[in-house]
Design a protein around this ligand. Structure first.
Ligand code: NAD
Length: 297
């Protein structure tokens, strides 16, 4: 089986790396936080001292990092993978980053005969733990086909979208819809509850009517019982809507609703709720309206 390197062992990377080990892949791991490396070594991985050490001896290298600057640094920065990889090595970046940065990095890796797939994911930490991620892939089609076995160790639904950066485009389309839906669901619920309606009744009504959404079904039951622990955080929702707004701006696509939703998550961050689940955006609206959406039971 191909030797795999894995960089970025956080909330998502840790369980994804574990699933690669369970599937039998020899795995070399690196993170800025030594304890995160150690946790994977206990599960059977080899520790690396940095990106260079990962590059030497890995045929496929997966990155699962916070955002564009970190991916750029690890792949093509001063001590980055590009200076140490053998020609033919495939880098699969599974982080959510700017599509244009993917294309920039792919161009630099191509100069040393290496390939980049962008393969961002959906379904969160639970999907990462269960190996049921949805994975949206951009880059060379033949390289995608060649890497399907590796991706299937982490996800059940693989989508080839198109050329370099197109996986990120699909991810931004998905997350823009998902995160804007959470805001409008929250706003409408605050309005309904301040009018005197029972939120449980509103939940039943809307799940049987045309306003039904994943945001409503997945988020409202937790809001009703006052549970706001992450989940997909306010910080990540802000980040993804910011990426979508920038991408739209670059393409001259107005993203008016996206920008408003991003700023509402911005208020939630400013009020100290960045680490909570994105459904905590409702607290901004509740404070503004002096109303609370809570179960009456
Ligand atoms: P995280 O912050 O938990 O993990 C990121 C890891 O990268 C950390 O362990 C950090 O120490 C490490 N890191 C940062 N800079 C590094 C560097 N230069 N070298 C080595 N390691 C470095 O983030 P996460 O929640 O695991 O998310 C990772 C990516 O996946 C993000 O792009 C995020 O948008 C995306 N994502 C997250 C979720 C989710 O539910 N958490 C869902 C889908 C997609």
């Amino acid at each position: 089986m191909r030797r795999i390197g894995f960089i970025g062992l956080g909330a998502m990377g840790n369980p994804m790396a574990r699933n690669l080990l369970k599937a039998g892949y020899p795995l070399t791991v690196y993170d800025l936080v030594p304890a995160r490396i150690q946790a994977l070594v206990s599960a059977g991985a080899r520790a690396a001292s940095g990106p260079a050490d990962v590059a030497v001896g890995s045929e496929v290298i997966i990155t699962m990092l916070p955002n564009s600057p970190e991916v750029r640094e690890v792949t093509v920065g001063a001590g980055g993978l590009v200076h140490h990889m053998k020609p033919g090595t495939v880098v699969i970046d599974m982080s959510t980053i700017e599509p244009r940065v993917v294309q920039e990095i792919a161009g630099i890796l191509a100069q040393v005969g290496c390939l980049l797939l962008d393969a961002p994911v959906s379904r969160g930490v639970r999907g990462a733990e269960q190996g049921t991620l949805s994975i949206m892939v951009g880059g060379d089609r033949a390289t995608f086909d060649d890497c399907q076995d590796v991706l299937r160790a982490m996800g059940t639904d693989l989508f080839y979208i198109g050329g370099s950066g197109m996986g990120q485009v699909a991810k931004l389309v998905n997350n823009t819809m998902a995160m804007v839906n959470v805001v409008v669901m929250a706003e409408a619920m605050v309005m309904g509850v301040k009018s005197g309606a029972d939120p449980e009744v509103l939940f039943r009504v809307v799940t049987h009517s045309s306003g039904d959404s994943y945001a409503l079904r997945d988020k409202l039951p937790h809001i009703l019982s006052g549970r706001f622990q992450a989940g997909f955080t306010v910080d990540l929702a802000y980040k993804d809507l910011d990426l979508a707004s920038r991408h739209g701006s670059h393409l001259r696509v107005p993203m008016a609703v996206t920008a408003v939703a991003r700023e509402l998550y911005g208020f939630a961050r400013a009020e100290g709720d960045g680490d909570l689940d994105c459904r905590a955006v409702i607290r901004v609206l509740e404070r503004a309206a002096s109303a609370q959406v809570r179960s009456r039971g």
